[in-house]
Design a binder for this molecule. Structure first.
Ligand SMILES: [Zn+2]
Length: 221
């Protein structure tokens, strides 16, 4: 019964409930009720991190207690369905900041295949798929890969983060993204080091520009 309930929860989430609190949605709004909306601080902001390989980095919402907890559930507690409300939030930033005028393809920060296997999904890929479906841009899903297992970035100093990621990513199927302006999606920005390293290999592989978009930033910026 327990297992059945779990599977049922994953496969069968009705469209009329808020996916954050599981309460009924009052007025029609996608996946997020008004009570939860009040706990989310929307900012849709560009941050200046002075990166060499990224054209600009944007993020959608403030990293407050509510969002911290929901992102934790999304990444570490199997609540993969949260890609829907979070994806909707990213789509809103794309509209507000007119990012569709700057990019013509979507990519995402990859996980090492072993980590993706353990988790069962890559949360950034789910977000990128949602963006593809809602703003109608092609998704580059077999192009940027993580080839090396690395330590968790959030446990390292800035210098160690850079060292940790050197040579960790590579690209393939270059002809598909040659000359493209890529929107690179991740769940959370810490220092921008991950995006910078992904941007580097995408540019080396032939991309014209790389713009970053994340849900939130855990850094005080
Ligand atoms: Zn709610």
């Amino acid at each position: 019964m327990g297992i059945f309930k779990t599977i049922n929860n994953l496969l069968f989430i009705p469209e009329y409930i808020c996916l954050f609190c599981k309460e009924n949605l009052g007025d029609y709004s996608k996946y997020i009720c008004n009570d939860c909306k009040e706990l989310i601080e929307f900012i849709h902001r560009e941050v200046d991190l002075d990166l060499n390989n990224i054209n600009g980095i944007y993020y959608s919402i403030q990293y407050n207690r509510f969002i911290k907890e929901k992102i934790h559930s999304f990444k570490f507690q199997g609540k993969s369905y949260l890609y829907k409300p979070f994806g909707e939030i990213l789509v809103e930033t794309i509209k507000v900041k007119k990012l569709k005028e700057k990019v013509n393809a979507v990519a995402f920060v990859p996980l090492h295949r072993r980590k993706e296997g353990l988790r069962g999904y890559n949360q950034s890929k789910l977000l990128a798929q949602y963006v593809r479906d809602n703003i109608n841009l092609p998704l580059l899903d077999k192009h940027l890969v993580k080839t090396r297992w690395t330590m968790d970035q959030n446990k390292l100093t800035k210098f160690e983060r850079e060292e940790n990621l050197i040579g960790a990513f590579k690209t393939m199927n270059h002809k598909d993204f040659k000359g493209k302006d890529i929107l690179l999606i991740d769940d959370i920005i810490t220092t921008g080091t991950t995006m910078e390293e992904c941007g580097k290999v995408l540019l080396e592989g032939g991309a014209k520009t790389v713009t970053g978009l994340a849900l939130t930033s855990s850094m005080k910026i």
